[in-house]
Design a protein around this ligand. Sequence first.
Ligand SMILES: Cc1cc2nc3c(=O)[nH]c(=O)nc-3n(C[C@H](O)[C@H](O)[C@H](O)COP(=O)(O)OP(=O)(O)OC[C@H]3O[C@@H](n4cnc5c(N)ncnc54)[C@H](O)[C@@H]3O)c2cc1C
Length: 366
Amino acid sequence: MRDAAAAFVRDVVRPSVAGWDEAGSYPRGAVAASGLTGLFCPPELGGAGLGYPAGMEVFEELGRGDAALAFSLSMHNAVAAVVAGCDDDPLRARWAADLVAGRALGGFSLTEPHAGSDATAITTRAREEGGGWRVTGRKAWVSLAGEADLFLAVCKTADEPGHSDIAVMAIDRRAEGVSFPRLYRKAAAAFLPIGEMVLADALATMLVPPGAGMRAALGAIDVARCDIAAIACGLHAEALDIALRYTREREAFGAPLLALDTMRFALADVLTDLEAGRLLYARAASRLGTPAGPVAVAHAKRFCPDAALRAAIACSEALGAYGWLNDTPLPRFLSLAKMLQVVDGTAEIQRLVIGRELDRMATAED
Ligand SMILES: Cc1cc2nc3c(=O)[nH]c(=O)nc-3n(C[C@H](O)[C@H](O)[C@H](O)COP(=O)(O)OP(=O)(O)OC[C@H]3O[C@@H](n4cnc5c(N)ncnc54)[C@H](O)[C@@H]3O)c2cc1C
């Protein structure tokens, strides 16, 4: 699957991404044809049946092409895996095969205009009516807004404080009461629609019941954070390759730039960060789903996007003025590395998770 991802990046993403951006349209057909839409789903359903470590290697390859497209595939694959593994037979029968094949796209919706990092502050409300569920609220930062076919939305089911009443609802984009009134104008990735989703008494299916909703959402977000760390390493590795190609050829003061100690020192740090990031995401991937998973993921998500941004800056500088031209993806990578820092939880939120580990360690000392 890693080779398939590398081929997809080489043959489809790199030659097409500028065109997708210009057209401002999400490449549904290319994504469906990639064979990368059911990475964590069982082979009986047409999925690749990958474990997390192998899946993360796929995301690193995708990060070499375009981190925003890779992020959308991370979200879609999380939704596909949840739906393929859920106990709701009609929901699974309706959606699983289509999601795995990429005929349908999945979206995940937790954030609201007033509630990002503080996810328990959400107010979107699901209520039972006539044996079914209806959802009312406004979601923000909905990736694949208007494009994904099935959204998993995290909702409150009562007015309890905290997360005891939080559930996950499955909502068909075409259901009555679902609208996407606002798409954001972003610094990059014009092809990826992100915006608000308004739910006005929208018909929904309960996927994860109240009480278990926040835990389930956080489990999915941990996988997504690990994906993002791997994607960041892909962006990082690609930036370094571009800088190496350039500094090997370009001469200054009678020698290739790469022969200058100062250049070597800058790129040496980029390589050390890349090695560290790869170790962190691989270790986190092997711990996903265990009690050690969240903190291992937090270390990787805290480190890798920051390191990718440092790499994008250093590698862009290595090209001098040419680093600022769209002849290479480096200007786009700078913006995408910023995106990776925020998406699926900022570095501060990872530090909160790591801080709880510090408490545990300090108590264990007693
Ligand atoms: C490209 C992109 C796509 C996205 N797609 C989706 C999606 O599909 N679905 C979805 O649900 N969400 C999505 N998001 C939203 C994303 O998960 C949130 O933006 C993120 O969780 C941060 O929330 P916020 O932007 O509201 O920032 P805030 O929570 O308002 O934070 C603002 C700043 O305060 C800091 N901060 C917050 N709390 C603390 C604290 N306790 N201690 C220290 N500092 C703190 C943050 O680190 C940040 O720097 C997406 C975001 C981006 C950028």
